[in-house]
Design a protein. Structure first.
Lengths: 303, 440
C-alpha cells in the first residue's frame, strides 16, 4: 500500500518543552488514520506542521511522494479543532473565500459549492450571515469549507465535537464517502468510540513520542489477552487447568457470567471442557476496546 | 489569483460594503461643509428684524444709530415707564435709555427688552455710543475726525519666501496663518486616520485570532500574507474614504462658494463683525472673504501638499498598522490591549501636541528632528510642509519613513506569526521578545 503522508524523525521544541520527539508516522493512502493521544501529547503540533502553519526543528515530511512544499496546501484540507468563521460574512461568500484561498478558481469553487449546498439542501443559507447560524449549521459550513477543494489528504481535528448525533452521523457518512472517492483522512481525537467505529489505522502519541501504531485490527490482535466471557447456568470448575477463572458473578434469569483466561490449548478445547460441566448460554472473546488499549498503553509508558 | 490579493479584497469589501462606512463617508463632508454653510447663512440673515426705541435724555445720540437689516432705531423722547410699556406690549423689541451721561465716565445706559436681543445688537449699540463719544472728545480736543480718518493707514505685511534657487524667480507669497491652517488640518487628518484605521487593524487581528479563523487561513497562506493582506486592505478602505472626502468636499465647497459669492444681499454690518473674528480683518464682505480664502488656497502648492499628504498618510499608516497588528496578534481579547497600546499611541498624541512648537518655528531643531523620526514625522512633516521647507528634508524624511515601515512590518510579522497561534498565555514584553527571536 502506498503512503500519502510520511514523517521522518520530526522534532519540534517550544521554549520550555519538547512537543514532538523523533516522530515517525506513515499514513497509507485511502485509509482513515486515527491520530490518538492524551491532551498535550503533541497531536496539534504535528497537524500544524503538516499544514505548514509551523515548521519542524528537524525531520522530513513526505506528502504524496514529495517533500512538503507550499503548493501542497491545495491537496490538503484541514478542519482545526477550534473552528471559526467570519461572523459578519455571508455563508456563501465565506465558503467561496476559503475555497479560493486553497487555490480554486472562482468558477470552479462556485460549481463545487453548489454541489454541496444542493446535497445538504442548504441553498437558502447562501445569503445568511454566519452569526445567524446555529452552532451545528456553522460546523456543517466549516466541514464543506474543509473538503470543498477535494483534497487528497483531509485532516480533521476532533471532527465530531459539538455535533448532535444526527449531524455526527451525517459527517461520519461523508468521511466514509470521501474515502470511497479516494481521499485519505487523518483524524485526531481522544474519543475512542469514533476510532473504534471508522479508523482502520491508528497511531498513538504520548508525551511527544509515538508509542504505538499500525492497522487497527493488528493492534487489537496484539492486545488480545485470551480472555473469554462465558454465560452459564450451573457452576464450573477448573478441570485440567488449561484456563483460570478470573471472576464470576450472578446475572439475571439464574445465569452466571464468568471471565475466563485461556492458559493453553485452543478456545474450542476449552469450550468442549466447559460444555461437559454445565449448560452454556453464550461464549465470547473479550476483545480489548481501543479505549482499553489506549489507557493500558499510556499508563504503561507513564509508569 | 494571488492569495494576498484575495485577502486584501476580502478585507476591503467587507468594510466598504458596511452601511456605517457608506454613511460615514458621505455624511462627514456634508456635515462639515453644512455646518460651515449654516454658520455663514446665520450670520448673513439673522432672525427677525428688531426695533429699538431710543430714549436719549443726553441729546447726544439723536439719529446717530444707523439702521441695519436687522435693527431699526426710532427716537421718541417719552418717559422710561411708558417706553417699557411699549416693549411689554410688543410694539418695540427693546428700549434703549441713555441718561444724561458724563462723557468721562458714561454710566447708566440701559437696554430693556422682554427677550435677550443678542450679542450683535448689544455690540452695535455699544460701538455706536463709543464712536460717538470718542468723536465728541476728539472735537473737544480740537482734532477733526476727517483728519483722523486720513491718518489711519492699513498695513498688510506681504511675507515672501525666497526660494532655494537663489532668490530670483522662486519667490512665493506666503501667509503664515494659512500655512498653519493647512498644516494643522492635514496633520490632524493623519492623526485621525492613524488612530481610526490602526485600531481597525488591531481589532481585525484580535477577531480572527479569537474566532480561530486564523488557523484555517494560515493553513492556506503565510502569516505575513495574512497580516499584509489585512493592513493593505484596510489602507485601501482609508484611502477610498479619504479620496471620497476630498472630492465631495471640493465639490461642496465650490458649490457653497458660488452660492455665497452670488448672494448680493449681504449685510455689511454683520460681516464686519464676523470679519473682526477672522484672520483677514480687512475683508469688507463675506463674499470677498470667501474669494480671498479661495485665492489664498490657489496660491499654495496644493498638488505638492496633497501628494505628500497621501504619501505620509499611507506610510504613516503602514508604520503604525504593523505595530497595531502586532499587538492584536499577541493578545486574546481587546481588553488586554491597554498595556501595549499606550506606548504606541503616545508618539501619535505627542506629535499632534507639538504642533504649536512646530508652527512657531517650522525650521527649528525640534521641528526638523520630529519630522525625521518615523514615529512623529507623518504628522509633524505635514504641519511643516506648507511653510516651504527645503526639499532635501522632505526627501530624507520620506526615506526614513519608508525604512521605518519596512522595519515595523518586519518586527511585527515575526511576532505575529507566533502570536496568532498562542492562546491563553500571559503576554508581556519579555514574551514578545521571545517570540521575536523564535526560529520558524
Amino acid at each position: 500500500m502506498s503512503t500519502i503522508l510520511e514523517t521522518r524523525k520530526i522534532n519540534k521544541s517550544y521554549a520550555n518543552h519538547q512537543a514532538l520527539k523523533n516522530l515517525d508516522i506513515a499514513v497509507p493512502a485511502g485509509s482513515i488514520f486515527g491520530l490518538l493521544g492524551p491532551n498535550g501529547a503533541g497531536k496539534t503540533t504535528l497537524i500544524r506542521i503538516i499544514n505548514q502553519i509551523i515548521a519542524p526543528d528537524s525531520g522530513e515530511i513526505i506528502v504524496d511522494g514529495e517533500p512538503l512544499k507550499p503548493s501542497h496546501i491545495e491537496i490538503i484540507g484541514y478542519l482545526p479543532e477550534e473552528r471559526g468563521l467570519y461572523k459578519k460574512m455571508k455563508v456563501g461568500e465565506q465558503v467561496l473565500y476559503f475555497a479560493r484561498l486553497k487555490g480554486l478558481s472562482r468558477s470552479d469553487a462556485m460549481e463545487k459549492i453548489k454541489v454541496w449546498f444542493t446535497k445538504w439542501d442548504i441553498k437558502d443559507w447562501w445569503n445568511k450571515k454566519v452569526e445567524d447560524l446555529s452552532k451545528g449549521m456553522a460546523q456543517k459550513i466549516q466541514f464543506i469549507a474543509t473538503v470543498i477543494h477535494e483534497p487528497k489528504l483531509i485532516i480533521l481535528d476532533e471532527p465530531f465535537s459539538g455535533f448532535d448525533p444526527i449531524n455526527a452521523n451525517l459527517i461520519r457518512d461523508e468521511i466514509l464517502e470521501l474515502r470511497e472517492k479516494g481521499s485519505t483522512i487523518i483524524f485526531s481525537t481522544h474519543r475512542m468510540e469514533s476510532v473504534e467505529e471508522i479508523c482502520d489505522h491508528v497511531a498513538l502519541i504520548n508525551k511527544a513520542e509515538k508509542i504505538l501504531d499500525g492497522p487497527k485490527s493488528q493492534i487489537k490482535e496484539e492486545f488480545r489477552t485470551n480472555t473469554f466471557i462465558l454465560e452459564h447456568k450451573g457452576s464450573i470448575g477448573l478441570a485440567n487447568g488449561s484456563y483460570t477463572i478470573e471472576a464470576s458473578s450472578d446475572i439475571e434469569h439464574g445465569l452466571i457470567r464468568s471471565v475466563l483466561k485461556l492458559k493453553s490449548g485452543t478456545p474450542n478445547e476449552m469450550l468442549r471442557e466447559l460444555i461437559q460441566q454445565t449448560e452454556i448460554h453464550s461464549f465470547v472473546e473479550q476483545i480489548p476496546s481501543m479505549n482499553d488499549i489506549f489507557i493500558t498503553k499510556v499508563k504503561s509508558v507513564n509508569a | 489569483m494571488n492569495k494576498t490579493l484575495l485577502i486584501i479584497q476580502r478585507e476591503y469589501l467587507s468594510r466598504v460594503q458596511k452601511k456605517s462606512f457608506i454613511i460615514m463617508t458621505i455624511l462627514t463632508p456634508v456635515i462639515f461643509v453644512g455646518i460651515y454653510a449654516v454658520v455663514i447663512l446665520l450670520t448673513i440673515k439673522p432672525g427677525e428684524e428688531k426695533t429699538i426705541n431710543v430714549v436719549d435724555e443726553s441729546g447726544l445720540f439723536m439719529e446717530k444709530f444707523s439702521n441695519t437689516d436687522a435693527i431699526t432705531y426710532s427716537y421718541n423722547n417719552i418717559n422710561v415707564e411708558a417706553g417699557k410699556e411699549l416693549v411689554t406690549s410688543g410694539e418695540y423689541s427693546g428700549l434703549l435709555v441713555i441718561p444724561n451721561i458724563d462723557l468721562k465716565k458714561p454710566e447708566g445706559i440701559t437696554l430693556y427688552s422682554q427677550q435677550a436681543l443678542g450679542i450683535s445688537v448689544e455690540r452695535n449699540i455699544e460701538r455706536t455710543i463709543k464712536n460717538e463719544i470718542e468723536d465728541i472728545k476728539l472735537k473737544a480736543s480740537g482734532i477733526d475726525k476727517a483728519i483722523l480718518d486720513s491718518i489711519k493707514t492699513d498695513v498688510n505685511l506681504k511675507a515672501l519666501n525666497i526660494g532655494s534657487g537663489g532668490g530670483t524667480g522662486e519667490e512665493k507669497e506666503s501667509n503664515s496663518a494659512l500655512a498653519s491652517g493647512i498644516g494643522i488640518f492635514t496633520g490632524f487628518i493623519i492623526y485621525l486616520f492613524l488612530f481610526v484605521y490602526g485600531t481597525q487593524v488591531m481589532r481585525g487581528v484580535v477577531d480572527e485570532k479569537a474566532s480561530r479563523i486564523v488557523e484555517i487561513v494560515i493553513s492556506s497562506v503565510k502569516p505575513i500574507q495574512m497580516m499584509m493582506g489585512k493592513i493593505i486592505g484596510i489602507a485601501a478602505v482609508g484611502l477610498s474614504q479619504f479620496l471620497i472626502w476630498i472630492i465631495l468636499s471640493t465639490f461642496l465647497w465650490t458649490a457653497a462658494t458660488a452660492l455665497l459669492m452670488g448672494d448680493q444681499t449681504i449685510n455689511s454690518d454683520n460681516t464686519e463683525q464676523l470679519a473682526e473674528q477672522e484672520v483677514s480683518g480687512n475683508a469688507n464682505s463675506r463674499a470677498e472673504m470667501v474669494g480671498q480664502i479661495n485665492s489664498m488656497i490657489a496660491k499654495t502648492n496644493l498638488p505638492k501638499i496633497l501628494g505628500l499628504l497621501i504619501f505620509y498618510f499611507v506610510t504613516g499608516y503602514l508604520f503604525y498598522a504593523a505595530l497595531f497588528a502586532m499587538i492584536g496578534s499577541a493578545i486574546d481579547t481587546e481588553a488586554d490591549a491597554q498595556q501595549f497600546i499606550f506606548p504606541i499611541i503616545l508618539p501619535i498624541i505627542f506629535s499632534f501636541m507639538m504642533y504649536g512648537a512646530v508652527i512657531n518655528d517650522p525650521n527649528g531643531q525640534i521641528a526638523f528632528w520630529l519630522s525625521m523620526i518615523p514615529f512623529t514625522s507623518p504628522i509633524i512633516m505635514m504641519i511643516r510642509v506648507p511653510f516651504e521647507i527645503p526639499n532635501w528634508q522632505i526627501f530624507l524624511s520620506m526615506a526614513f519613513m519608508i525604512g521605518g515601515f519596512i522595519g515595523t512590518t518586519w518586527l511585527a510579522s515575526r511576532i505575529y506569526r507566533v502570536g496568532i497561534l498562542m492562546h491563553g498565555s500571559k503576554v508581556n514584553y519579555k514574551t514578545l521578545a521571545k517570540w521575536f527571536m523564535m526560529k520558524n
